[in-house]
Design a binder for this molecule. Structure first.
Ligand SMILES: [Zn+2]
Length: 238
């Protein structure tokens, strides 16, 4: 297993490079760029957040719950009365903090469940939902937020996988099973729950086609090609 610093550095480098590419192609703006780097880096640390380091995970839960409650209030601010908004704020926060996250905290006891591809896919999709449906951010940026969080986590799992292969080559103690996990029999009920949640999230997800069309549009990539090389090299190449 790779250590914390390796995960932090690799996740930061990969998400930084990817965000810069998407930014230079003109698909996201300045704040979107910063958010993508941050989310990719957080994603790279996410799989190792278990109940052992409860302080960062609790902080993360609290912040996410606040953002969720805040987003709910912003979403309904003109339709509802002040009292209704306060009730919505409290209910939204309470629901996220004490219902949704208690399920996730329970899962972290089963380390294999959180350190898996389906769990991280749920996290990524959840990010897209929060961004698009709650915070009312544009579709493209919402999908990028989800994808960067998920991508960071996949980088993490791939790194762990790489390190465990390395270790076993050196005939050291092999870590049990593979790091890039999709299923584990001993946690079958947790995995069943994960896949049911994943199917529901995919089914009700914000429109992906529109986002995909935008990615396939050649214009941003042509723009990227122009901005790829520094002026000096470009002149020399021509
Ligand atoms: Zn790990």
């Amino acid at each position: 297993m790779a250590n914390f610093n390796t995960h932090l550095n690799v996740a930061f480098m990969v998400s930084g490079t990817m965000s810069l590419t998407v930014y230079k192609a003109g698909l996201i703006d300045d704040s979107g760029f910063l958010m993508c780097v941050a989310l990719g880096t957080i994603g790279g640390l996410l799989p190792d957040l278990d109940s052992d380091n409860s302080t960062p995970i609790k902080l993360g839960f609290n912040i996410t719950s606040f953002i969720f409650a805040f987003g709910l209030v912003m979403h309904w601010r003109s339709e509802l009365s002040l009292l209704a908004l306060i009730a919505l704020w409290l209910a939204g926060y309470g629901f996220m903090r004490y219902v949704v996250f208690s399920v996730f905290t329970n899962m972290t006891v089963h380390r294999g469940v959180i350190h898996s591809v389906p769990y991280m896919a749920i996290m990524g999709l959840g990010m897209t939902y929060i961004s698009y449906d709650i915070l009312n951010l544009p579709l493209t940026v919402s999908w990028f937020y989800g994808l960067f969080l998920f991508g960071g986590a996949i980088v993490h799992l791939a790194l762990d996988e790489l390190y465990s292969v390395n270790l076993s080559n050196m005939k050291m103690k092999r870590s049990s099973g593979t790091a890039m996990k999709f299923y584990q029999h001993k946690d079958k009920w947790w995995y069943l729950l994960l896949y049911v949640m994943l199917v529901l999230l995919v089914y009700f997800a914000p429109p992906f086609d529109e986002f995909w069309q935008q990615l396939r549009d050649p214009a941003p990539w042509a723009k990227l090609k122009i901005g790829l090389w520094p002026e000096l090299i470009k002149n020399w190449l021509n």
